[in-house]
Design a protein around this ligand. Structure first.
Ligand code: J2J
Length: 578
């Protein structure tokens, strides 16, 4: 089960969800239509302030595409982007779209473990970083990625460092001037080279015919295993979610969006995000760091009307605003999503920050739920919203039932979904038959979200828990296996289990319960050594544990397939009680 079956595709076209617009068309149209309006405000990779009109953004995008071409990237290639919130990020994304290059949306916090997986799975032609960023040398990081890939027999990607580009505003090459790549900029490309899909032809089925229905980029899955999963989103499906999101949120030319979350995250890109704002001719303001101080300054200076936060940031804004009474008078809506917002914090946002709350429960695989701006307070403050589309199909099943029978109305169950902008399969070498796809999708094409929810008669969903081996640390998703794997490889660790413990600020914090080998001294020193080991193994910074616990024995579980999951639950329950 990979591409949407024709019967569904036909329905989505007939309903007007899937239209014949590619991202190349989108960029060309909006940057022309809104040419003189302000598109992007932020800083460049050197920290210099930049303001771009839509016309200037188009020029910057063309220049970025030309630089990728100069690095040997051709239409149809995948390019891993691991950039912070700098204006070059927007230029590179739109440049890729114009050129028919497929971005792979990584994060600047990713390290060689993640980046080498993305490069290998996507067979990336280049990796784009901002050299010296936030205290980390990303050029050296790319060297380490290349080393790992070579060791696996994979050709390493070209390094593209936006810090080595001319400053925005200086004269730039135009992509049409590159005779080596006559297709660049025409938008007439975007078909994946078959060799590109990890050397396999069996994933052909992931790509539907017709340009707008081809894959436009790869998003990242939060992940539930040690193996990264890439999410192939098509022009048609994603642009539908962007248009519908902009409409639900009532965005217009006057919208000024402050992007505080990592710009490449699906929330920041599309719910309604950067693309939703560019769709309507509004202004995107990029915050280089997520601190309330920076955000409050930008809100006041740029008269920001709209922003998106994860719950810990919403809390940070509330406590900061109580201390310094910033001018947030322009702010109309604060969206909160990515992790469960507590009802108590939700109720404080309006009174303290003076903006309306919108809860957003979304996933890079597709489905996005919003509370609507005219929903009664009760729903806005206590639910995570309802789906974008009338054709988003929701199924809530018994997580303990192997046949996945639906639970009675209103009861808690595991959420499965299918619809016009939800994928039918990950971008995997084995295509539909790949194990990641067999586990994550039902035979009839529903995506198993791993979330436990309850549905109200209004259709609003309440997220009540999770049935996947993942920790949601304030919106950042970490698969338990990613941390356990490198620890289990150590001779002084007999066993290690990662559990999420309730945390008043993060929602959940990462705790590793370790059974040391006999005779090994446990304690803070061992904890620090294990953290160092994880860092040295090349794991993303945000996945490093918050806490270690050492036990001589683990509680006993029933032997069986899910025993490790049960063990996690037992340990989490035991540690939370303490
Ligand atoms: C509880 N859990 C939530 C919420 C996401 C918009 C907003 C968020 C994401 C995102 C996104 C939650 N309450 N309000 O892509 O477009 C958890 C669920 C879900 C997983 C998806 C968007 N909002 N979650 O967070 O792909 O567990 O997308 O399945 O990063 O985050 O994570 P991700």
């Amino acid at each position: 089960m990979a591409a949407h079956p024709e019967e569904f595709a036909a329905r989505y076209r007939a309903a007007g969800y899937w239209i014949d617009e590619t991202f190349a068309d989108f960029v060309a149209d909006r940057t022309t239509r809104f040419a003189d309006r302000t598109a992007v405000v932020g800083v460049d990779a050197h920290g210099t302030p930049v303001r771009w009109t839509y016309a200037e953004l188009a020029a910057a995008a063309d220049a970025a595409a030309a630089r990728l071409a100069g690095a040997g990237v051709v239409p149809g290639d995948r390019v891993v982007l691991a950039l912070p919130n700098v204006v070059e990020f927007v230029a590179v994304v739109l440049g890729c779209f114009r050129a028919g290059i497929l971005p792979v949306f990584a994060q600047p916090g990713h390290r060689e473990t993640e980046l080498s997986q993305f490069c290998a799975i996507a067979d990336a032609a280049a990796i784009v970083v901002s050299g010296d960023t936030d205290g980390h040398d990303h050029r050296a990081l790319v060297d380490r990625v290349a080393e790992r890939l070579r060791a696996q027999g994979v050709e390493p990607p070209a390094l593209v460092d936006v810090q080595q580009w001319p400053r925005p505003g200086s004269s730039e090459p135009r992509i049409h001037a590159d005779p080596a790549h006559p297709d660049l900029g025409t938008g007439r490309v975007g078909v994946l080279r078959r060799s590109g899909c990890a050397g396999s032809t069996s994933s052909e089925g992931l790509f539907a015919p017709g340009r707008a229905e081809e894959v436009a980029f790869l998003q990242l899955s939060g992940g539930t295993t040690g193996v990264a999963k890439l999410i192939p989103r098509t022009h048609a499906d994603y642009l539908y979610s962007v248009r519908a999101s902009a409409e639900i949120c009532g965005l217009g030319e006057e919208t000024v969006l402050l992007v505080v979350l990592p710009a490449a995250h699906n929330f920041a890109m599309s719910s309604p995000g950067i693309l939703g704002v560019l769709h309507v001719g509004g202004t995107v303001v990029l915050a280089r760091d997520p601190s309330p101080r920076t955000a409050f300054r930008l809100v006041a200076e740029e008269r920001v009307t709209w922003t998106s936060l994860v719950p810990p940031l919403a809390q940070a804004w509330i406590s900061s605003a109580r201390r310094r009474t910033p001018d947030l008078s322009s702010l109309e809506v604060i969206q909160v999503g990515g992790a469960r917002l507590s009802d108590a914090v939700a109720a404080e946002i309006g009174p303290v920050l003076g903006a309306r709350v919108q809860q957003v429960f979304g996933m890079a695989e597709g489905l996005v739920n919003y509370t609507r701006l005219d929903d009664p307070d009760e729903l806005v403050l206590t639910t995570q919203g309802r789906p974008i589309s009338p054709d988003d199909e929701i199924r809530i099943v018994d997580p303990a039932d192997p046949d996945e029978a639906e639970v009675p109305d209103g009861e808690e169950g595991a959420l499965q979904t299918r619809g016009p902008y939800t994928i039918r399969g990950y971008y995997a070498p084995g295509g539909a038959d790949d194990p990641v796809n067999r586990d994550a999708f039902t035979a009839d094409g529903f995506y198993r979200t791993g979330d436990l929810v309850r549905r109200l008669p209004s259709g609003h969903l309440v997220v009540t828990g999770r049935a996947k081996d993942q920790i949601n640390r304030g919106g950042e998703k970490v698969a338990t296996e990613e941390i356990e794997g490198p620890l289990l490889a150590r001779p002084d660790v007999l066993d290690a289990v990662v559990v999420g413990l309730p945390d008043p600020y993060l929602g959940e914090r990462i705790c590793v319960v370790v059974r040391p080998e006999a005779g090994v001294r446990s304690g803070p020193d061992l904890g620090a050594e294990l953290t160092e080991h994880l860092r040295a193994s090349g794991l993303a910074t945000y996945k490093l544990p918050d806490q270690f616990e050492f036990l001589d024995q683990f509680p006993v579980t029933h032997v069986g397939k899910n025993s490790r999951r049960d063990l996690r639950r037992l340990l989490a329950a035991r540690l939370s009680d303490e």
